[in-house]
Design a protein around this ligand. Structure first.
Ligand SMILES: Cc1ncc(COP(=O)(O)O)c(C=O)c1O
Length: 392
């Protein structure tokens, strides 16, 4: 074999996050603000409902697009929460997590050479998936606009080859929510230059301080060019169930289905039952967890600021993205030394794109006691850098 493997894969760098986690896996006594997943387990009512369906022997394949009962629940939810009306028959599509949804979406719309605008720092999966789908990643640096992808900075990167933009609100890794006015300006741009908007709203249920939350899909003329990706992993503490969905125009769903029906067939039926229960009876649990995240956010932000670390207060999700530029260390050096000296894990910001250099991601989906201990360790480390006695 002259070329045993796909040449495209040689263009992809391994995930910075994964690489970092491999480093900490074997270490003991680590206090982690690292991995981005709820520390809660899935609410009991969801688990009990699934146990019951298993006892009833419901273990088959489902329709390729997912169970109609679930698609109906999602359509109701989208209408009630986001004022967006989708036909459950052909505008809602069940995927194996937002991860599969993102892959299908990009593969369904991109042709070789199409450009996709990607605000950075941003969620790690998008640049590699754009490349795998034959597209070209066009990064937009949001660090000078408080991590908001404003219409002005997007406009600068728009060309006749722009096929789509990826928005993520609230954002991973910054926790920023895109303000409604900015969304309206981006919508104007998308209509004027005729491109798709892919909007990853997996954290839409985790919003703090009653911050106004809107989806760009709800604005006039946007439903037909917006692909909403969402799922159950974060808000419902269901990362292991691997369940998500896409809402979008029928013509798009038909294309995405062509890939999914051959590569996946359908999402697991147990997880689909879990999602039905989540939407019917789980929103109270979501609120309980959201309140806990809000309290933890306040604890972490207050603590970081009192150490003298600059950080923007996130309006949603469970991440903050403090600047470590004052230390003179790179993101990677800061994270590795903090881990080695104080056994405290954060994620280097450059894993979220070059614009993330000079920052680290801290996840506050962790107990108050853990966050307090992490703050003690970060402060000790910070003081040691200021004195210039970090270990080489
Ligand atoms: C913005 C964003 N989208 C998608 C995902 C993956 O979601 P899922 O578990 O539904 O595949 C994550 C996970 O961290 C995320 O942060």
């Amino acid at each position: 074999m002259k070329t045993p493997f796909s040449n495209t894969l040689d263009q992809l760098a391994p995930s910075g996050i994964r690489r970092f986690f491999d480093m900490i896996l074997d270490s003991k006594d680590i206090v982690s603000l690292g991995i981005g997943e709820p520390d809660f387990s899935t609410p009991k009512s969801i688990i009990n409902r699934v146990k019951k369906t298993l006892d009833e022997g419901r273990t088959s394949y489902t329709s390729n697009t997912g169970m109609i009962e679930l698609r109906e629940e999602i359509a109701k939810y989208m209408q009630k929460k986001l004022k967006c009306s989708y036909d459950p028959k052909d505008e809602v599509f069940i995927t194996m997590g937002v991860s599969e949804g993102a892959d299908l979406t990009l593969r369904a719309i991109l042709n070789p050479g199409d450009e996709v605008i990607f605000p950075e720092p941003g969620y790690v999966c998008y640049p590699p998936l754009i490349t795998l789908a034959g597209g070209k990643v066009v990064s937009v640096d949001t660090t000078k606009t408080n991590f908001i992808p404003t219409a002005d900075i997007i406009k600068e990167k728009t060309t006749p080859n722009t096929k789509a933009i990826v928005l993520c609100t609230p954002n991973n890794p910054t926790g920023t929510v895109i303000p409604t006015n900015t969304l309206k300006e981006i919508a104007q741009l998308a209509k004027k230059h005729d491109f798709w908007v892919i909007t990853d709203e997996i954290y839409a249920e985790i919003i703090f301080d009653n911050y106004q939350y809107d989806t760009i899909a709800s604005f006039e003329g946007m439903k037909e060019r917006t692909l909403v990706l969402s799922g159950f992993s974060k808000a419902f503490a269901m990362t292991g169930w691997r369940l998500g969905y896409i809402c979008g125009p029928k013509e798009f769903i038909e294309r995405a289905l062509k890939i999914h029906q051959y590569s996946a067939l359908c999402a697991p039926i147990m997880s689909q039952y879990a999602a039905i229960e989540a939407l019917q009876n789980g929103l109270g649990d979501v609120e309980r967890m959201r309140l806990a995240y809000e309290e933890r956010r306040n604890l972490l932000i207050g603590g970081l600021r009192s150490i003298g670390i600059e950080v923007i207060k996130p309006e949603g999700a469970f991440y903050c993205f403090p600047s470590i530029k004052g230390t003179g260390l790179t993101s990677e050096e800061f994270s590795v030394k903090l881990l080695q000296q104080e056994k405290c894990a954060v994620i280097p910001g450059n894993g979220f794109g070059q614009a993330g250099e000079g920052y680290v991601r801290c996840c506050f989906a962790s107990s108050n006691a853990n966050i307090e201990e992490a703050l003690i360790r970060i402060e000790k480390f910070y003081k040691s850098i200021k004195k210039g006695d970090t270990h080489a």
